[in-house]
Design a protein around this ligand. Sequence first.
Ligand SMILES: Cc1cc2nc3c(=O)[nH]c(=O)nc-3n(C[C@H](O)[C@H](O)[C@H](O)COP(=O)(O)OP(=O)(O)OC[C@H]3O[C@@H](n4cnc5c(N)ncnc54)[C@H](O)[C@@H]3O)c2cc1C
Length: 443
Amino acid sequence: MTGTKFKVAVCGGGVGGLTLAVALSKYPDVEVEVFEAAKQFTEVGAGVGIWPRAFKVLRKLGRGIDHTLMNAATDFEMTEDFVPALSYRKSDQPEGVELFKLMTKGDLMKIHRADFHGTLLSSLSPSCKTHTSKKLVAYSQPAAPQKSPIILTFADGSSSSCDLLVGADGIKSAVRGCMMREIAQCLSGQAAMSALSCIDPIWSGAIAYRTLISTEKLRACAPHHRALREPTVFFVVYPISKGKFINFAGFTLSEELIRTSYHADTSGRKRFEGPWVQELSKEEMCKPFEGLEDDTKPLLKCVDKGTLWAVHTVKPLSAHYHGRVALVGDAAHAMMPFQGSGAGQSIEDAYLLATVLGHPSTKLETIPRALAVYDKLRRPFSSDVALRAKTNGQMSVWQARDIPLEKLGETMTKHWEWAWLSELDGALHDATKLLDSKVPSTY
Ligand SMILES: Cc1cc2nc3c(=O)[nH]c(=O)nc-3n(C[C@H](O)[C@H](O)[C@H](O)COP(=O)(O)OP(=O)(O)OC[C@H]3O[C@@H](n4cnc5c(N)ncnc54)[C@H](O)[C@@H]3O)c2cc1C
């Protein structure tokens, strides 16, 4: 490509990787190649909720993405008013009661993951090269000279090269593994051990039970069921796919493990036994929720089967970049799903990273400086969201012990309002200011 300032390889074509590739298409002097491990670009069959803060970032991508998403979403209203997003119930009794409605400034976009992912995929620029069945196993980054390419090695024995590698390869990130080993080599003793201890994800103590329920089936069995009209949390239920399905995500949590997740010392911590994702029969899917309020019974009756997800997280990393390698999304900060924000944080990472890479001052030789700005502005924020997500999970399950029930709504809302009262714009502005200035490449 003529006039190219550098070539970016994006490892992983999930929400984070594709958002980055779309965002980079604004900058014709940045060449982009996406490498996806799976045989095809795909997403899990479930719903995803996108809060106003992340939706505003998606709007910035242009290419009509916001309208396509709005058309695919269910009951989504473009508004700046406060609207009810989720109705939280006290369900551990035969007749449940509403505890509070989570009121958000702007609507929660509820969408099938396949529709969301498909919209990003079809918005890629024709100049963006994509590859499937390319599972990265390792990379090697020359320490010097700075302009030598990074070499990527794939599971099929092939290789490729790039100037900058972005690990958007999810919770089990191969890029994070290599990067933390590189970082550890620059350290010694406890600091090196600590870097290495961040490679493997840790089990959070939560298990997610996910399925889709046919709306038609639920309507036939309970025509006025609340799940048909309002997103509700006994377990989480909300309509997706233009009302064709009800997305169901229920959780079981181990109190001890949740409390101690994100702790520095994870040695001796209980591991999840068995595959992290497992297909479940109807009985296995429903069992954990059988004792809940009567209103949940028609939902459980309509379940056909489900999937178990052992929720793992990534320990807070000391950096989300090293040299000319950076991490976005779950690869950097896989978090618990109790603020429905992991995908949103991937989107924010991707957009800010594209902004610093596209900045006129970012050249091949100043990539580490741009990545330092990305790290400085994104890592504290996403780490904070991860902690908030954990606290939300604790509050919604063990609320009675820690917070008076009547205070729960107020406390949870305060804790979560960053997702609709704040915007990424401040960080985007700060990034541009830092890159416009003559600040040296290390901070
Ligand atoms: C039960 C549950 C509910 C959730 N609900 C929400 C929600 O409502 N809202 C929200 O914002 N978030 C939610 N999340 C979190 C969200 O799903 C994730 O944070 C998000 O999908 C992360 O996106 P990602 O692109 O970083 O990673 P991923 O989506 O995991 O994508 C990684 C991609 O990389 C590929 N890959 C992996 N390894 C390699 C390799 N070695 N080489 C090449 N490619 C590779 C994978 O095949 C995949 O395509 C939820 C999570 C769970 C578990």
